[in-house]
Each structure stands twice: as structure tokens, then as C-alpha cells.
Design a protein around this ligand. Structure first.
Ligand code: PLP
Length: 396
């Protein structure tokens, strides 16, 4: 591999949220050595090409306001063409510091107070926050879990789309936390229901570059003209290249009317200026670092295989599937016989692993934990040893 994903990077005392905030976040004494596998960033460095570009920019020594460059747009357009064979036009691309600031601007500008927003629990909880904080109603089209494989309840979705109070649907494509890479057939069916019932679709595709072998990510804008006119894709280079702290994301909005509304709202929210480093990192990543994504997916896939094999062999009461996409695994602890509170206490205070609790993703997440496997295998092995030893302690 060109990039060394085995390298252990010391992320302590560099203001890393994942590492420096872990004990505090989980209420654990600061002297306890926790293994942070929670928030969605990676313990791998960004590709060398990105780091070099940032160093070059830092060396300039002047960090005043910046203007969006042609290179920014061109690198996004070329990324979608080479990775997904989807044609994106420059005018469709709208900058926001995070996917979530874009998402909130879309909620504010495309819906009204008390409108229903359809989401699919268990799902990335800021979708619910976006609805709640803006006084919209959460309408849950709950996913169906069959032996750890999650599917869309289309009958329920159809009923919810047909309810004229529901104006917007937000999907995680691929799905965080359950790791599904939605198929073309599933997406066409879902998008058609939205189109036919005037429900605008936001497809959050921030994890799409991390689609595992054997699966293919479908950008909803590539499905048909009708779907593309009814949909917004939200994306960022942040998950793929570990750039979340550089605050550079974007939406792709082909429909001019929808786009104007979102752009106006972003302006109202005073979300206008990019930072100095985000765009140059994105450009270097998209233009020069395809190799990194391919290697990253392979490394994460091997981590998943390692964990699954470990659990199947040594901890058969726990169930996990290999995720089809994302570097997260969604692990079912219900077979341990512990209550949800006990599971959370156990993983945090006995196994000393910081993970996202399943209930954060909605009630359907109770009994589950989301574990972030974007880490060197040595860290994963230590986490698995902690888990096994914690279970042994209970048994003794
Ligand atoms: C599905 C999904 N959307 C959005 C985000 C956050 O994006 P941003 O940091 O660009 O706001 C995350 C981060 O974990 C995510 O998993």
C-alpha cells in the first residue's frame, strides 16, 4: 500500500475531539485509558498530497478572506465523473462548512414549521436534531431488521409520502449507522415515491466513497432527470480523507428553484466564506488521491473481517455483519442478556471503549452499539482484547 494505515498516530493533546474529549464525553475518570471508537473521524493521517498542499498554503502567512476557485468546482465535477460516472454542473454546487449546516439551511428554506420530515431510524441523530431544532415534525419510516440486514419498509414509506403534511425526506445514502449501501432498485423506488408525492429528497452521501467491495454506490442525481430535479445530494471530502476539522462540505442541487432557496438561507445564516485550508485539501484529495480511497476501503474491510471473525469465535452472543459501506459497524448486543443501560455501562466502564450508543440513533437502536473501525488494526485488536477480558470478568 502507498499509504501506511498501520501507523499509530498519537492524537492525544492535539485537541482531537475523538481522543481528547472521550473520557469527559463518556463520564470516565481522566486517568482511565479509553479506546475511542466513537465520533466519525479516522485515526489515519490524510494522504501525503493533502498534507503537502496544506503546508504550502500555511507557509503563505496570510489568511484573509478567500474566493471560491474554479479548481474547487472542477475537482468536485471530476470526482463525481471518475468515481460515479455522474455529470455535475458547476452551477449546481453550493458550499457549506459542514453537511449539517447545509442540511439545516435546506430544512429551514424548503419546509415550514410543523411540516413532517421523513427519516429512517435507526439513523444519524443530527437528522432528528435538524427537524426538532427547527420545529418540524420527525416522521419515522423505520427500517426493518432481518438478522442484521436492514431494509426499507416501502408500504409504510408510501403512506408517509402520501400524507401531504410531509414535505421532505432525508436519507443517509449509504446508511449510517446500519452500513447499508442502498441498491439502485431500492433508491429508484424510494425516489419515485418522493417525486410522485412532492416530497423533496435530501440524500446525505458523505459516506459514499467508503463503499466496500461487492457493492456500488448510486448517486441519486444519476438515477433520472425527474429524480435529480427533486433531489439534493450533500457531500464532503471529510469522511473519505479525514478532513472534518477543515470545515468544507457542499450540496449539489440541480433544481434552480430549490437551489436559490437554499443559497438564500445560507446567506441569511451568514454562511458565506470558506476557510483557507479546506478547499485546497479537497482539491488535492479529489485530484490526486484516488489511490488512498481504494486502499482505505480495503484496510477497513479487513478490519471488519478481523472483528467479525473474533466475535463469531469468542463472543457468540454478540452479532455483527460486515458493513456494505462506511467505516462503522453496527453491533447487536441484545443476545448478551444485558439491558440497554447495562450494555452502555459495560462497554464504557468495563471494556473502556468509547462508542456511539445505539439509542442515540433512535429507539430502534437500543441494544446496539456503533463502533468506528477507521483505526490501525493494532488499536482494533486491543479493543477486542478489552471486550473479551471485560466479558471474562463478568463470568468470573
Ligand atoms: C451521515 C452523516 N452526515 C453528516 C455528518 C457530519 O457532516 P459535517 O461534519 O460535514 O457536518 C456525518 C458525520 O458523522 C454523518 O455521518
Amino acid at each position: 500500500m502507498r499509504h501506511n494505515f498501520d501507523e499509530i498516530i498519537d492524537r492525544k493533546n492535539i485537541h482531537s475531539s475523538k481522543w481528547d474529549d472521550c473520557n469527559y464525553r463518556f463520564g470516565v475518570d481522566k486517568n482511565v485509558e479509553m479506546i475511542p471508537m466513537w465520533i466519525a473521524d479516522m485515526d489515519f493521517n490524510s494522504p501525503k498530497e493533502v498534507v503537502d498542499e496544506i503546508k504550502k498554503r500555511a507557509a503563505v502567512g496570510n489568511y484573509g478572506y478567500i474566493v471560491t476557485s474554479e479548481d474547487f468546482y472542477n475537482s468536485i465535477i471530476s470526482w463525481f465523473k471518475k468515481r460515479y460516472d455522474v455529470n455535475v454542473k458547476k452551477d449546481w454546487i453550493v458550499f457549506s462548512p459542514g453537511v449539517l449546516s447545509g442540511l439545516n439551511a435546506a430544512i429551514q428554506s424548503l419546509t415550514n414549521k410543523n411540516d413532517g420530515i421523513i427519516i429512517q431510524e435507526p439513523v444519524y441523530y443530527p437528522f432528528m436534531d435538524g427537524a426538532n431544532n427547527n420545529e418540524r415534525k420527525i416522521v419515522n419510516n423505520q427500517l426493518i431488521n432481518t438478522n442484521g440486514h436492514y431494509e426499507i419498509d416501502f408500504d409504510d414509506l408510501e403512506a408517509k409520502c402520501k400524507d401531504s403534511n410531509n414535505k421532505l425526506m432525508i436519507i443517509s445514502n449509504p446508511h449510517n449507522p446500519v452500513g447499508r449501501s442502498w441498491t439502485k432498485e431500492e433508491l429508484i423506488k424510494l425516489c419515485k415515491l418522493c417525486c410522485d408525492n412532492d416530497v423533496i429528497l435530501i440524500s446525505d452521501e458523505i459516506h459514499s466513497d467508503l463503499t466496500m467491495k461487492g457493492h456500488k454506490h448510486e448517486v441519486v442525481l444519476g438515477l433520472s432527470d425527474e429524480i435529480s430535479q427533486n433531489s439534493i445530494v450533500m457531500h464532503s471530502a471529510s469522511k473519505t480523507f479525514n478532513l472534518a476539522g477543515l470545515q468544507t462540505a457542499y450540496s449539489i442541487i440541480p433544481n434552480e428553484n430549490l437551489r436559490n432557496k437554499v443559497v438564500e438561507q445560507l446567506k441569511k445564516n451568514r454562511i458565506t466564506n470558506m476557510n483557507w485550508f479546506g478547499p485546497c485539501a479537497l482539491i488535492a484529495a479529489y485530484n490526486d488521491c484516488e489511490y488512498y480511497v481504494d486502499e482505505l476501503c480495503e484496510y477497513v474491510y479487513q478490519n471488519m473481517l478481523y472483528m467479525k471473525e473474533f466475535i463469531d469465535r469468542k463472543l457468540p452472543n454478540i452479532k455483527m455483519n460486515i458493513s456494505e459501506a462506511t467505516y462503522m459497524v453496527w453491533v447487536d448486543f441484545r443476545g448478551t442478556g444485558m439491558s440497554n443501560d447495562q450494555i452502555e455501562y459495560f462497554i464504557t466502564n468495563e471494556a473502556h471503549i468509547g462508542v456511539d450508543y445505539g439509542r442515540w440513533f433512535g429507539k430502534a437502536g437500543e441494544g446496539f452499539l456503533r463502533i468506528n473501525l477507521a483505526c490501525p488494526r493494532k488499536i482494533l485488536k486491543k479493543a477486542m482484547d478489552n471486550l473479551l477480558n471485560a466479558f471474562k470478568k463478568i463470568d468470573d
